[in-house]
Write a protein that binds this ligand. Structure first.
Ligand SMILES: [Zn+2]
Length: 215
């Protein structure tokens, strides 16, 4: 983790990632207040999916959608630091997390990782793991194909698009485990459901989802 911290220090400039102002802070007071107003701290329960609960912080619309689209397409990784800063401050207070044996960030492909330099889900997972006193395992669920971005597809195509994209490397690490799976945006849930299916079929006990935003 130390190396990751060093890399993050280089990537992130010392100003508010959202408005670009402020000094030596990743999230200024003004933007923190804005995010506080936008946060919904939702929890949805499902019975027809491979996971049980879905926790999310924002609805994927308005200002939040604009910010996320901005960092997705302009690769402004430091915007994540602003969000993570916000999540660290409030997520434990507003979301009733269960106990988890492990946290798994939804993986991105090697190609994308090379282009972007980081996995945004891992950035969200990192501090949460410390807060929840659990560990991240990010080398067992692998994205083996570089599929089309889900955002370009409709619901049926999204389900097709994630088929056979992910594979599991070390089954024994997840057997009977309670897992919190982390992604940035939840739209139709196809990605997290596919990952949950793989984990569940390999023997995971329970899976919950945590995303920054829900469409
Ligand atoms: Zn700001």
């Amino acid at each position: 983790m130390e190396i990751l911290d060093k890399i993050l220090d280089i990537i992130y400039p010392p100003f508010c990632g959202i408005c670009g102002k402020g000094k030596n802070t990743f999230l200024c007071k003004k933007c923190e207040e804005k995010l506080k107003r936008e946060a919904v701290w939702g929890k949805d329960q499902y019975e027809d999916k491979y996971f049980e609960n879905h926790f999310y912080v924002f609805k994927y619309d308005g200002m939040i959608r604009n910010i996320i689209l901005n960092y997705k397409f302009n690769e402004k990784s430091y915007l994540y630091k602003s969000f993570v800063n916000f999540l660290n401050k409030y997520q434990k207070k507003y979301l009733q997390f269960d106990f988890y044996d492990i946290i798994i960030p939804v993986p991105i492909s090697k190609k994308r990782l090379k282009l972007r330099g980081y996995n945004q889900s891992l950035l969200i997972a990192k501090d949460l793991a410390v807060e929840l006193n659990t560990k991240i395992i990010n080398d067992i669920l692998i994205k083996q194909k570089n599929n089309k971005p889900q955002s370009e597809l409709n619901k049926i195509s999204r389900e097709q698009n994630v088929k056979d994209v992910y594979k599991l490397l070390n089954k024994d690490k997840i057997i009977n485990k309670k897992i919190l799976l982390i992604d940035d945006i939840y739209t139709t849930g196809s990605t997290v459901n596919e990952c949950s299916k793989i984990l569940k079929q390999a023997g995971a006990k329970k899976i919950d989802i945590y995303t920054l935003a829900k469409d």
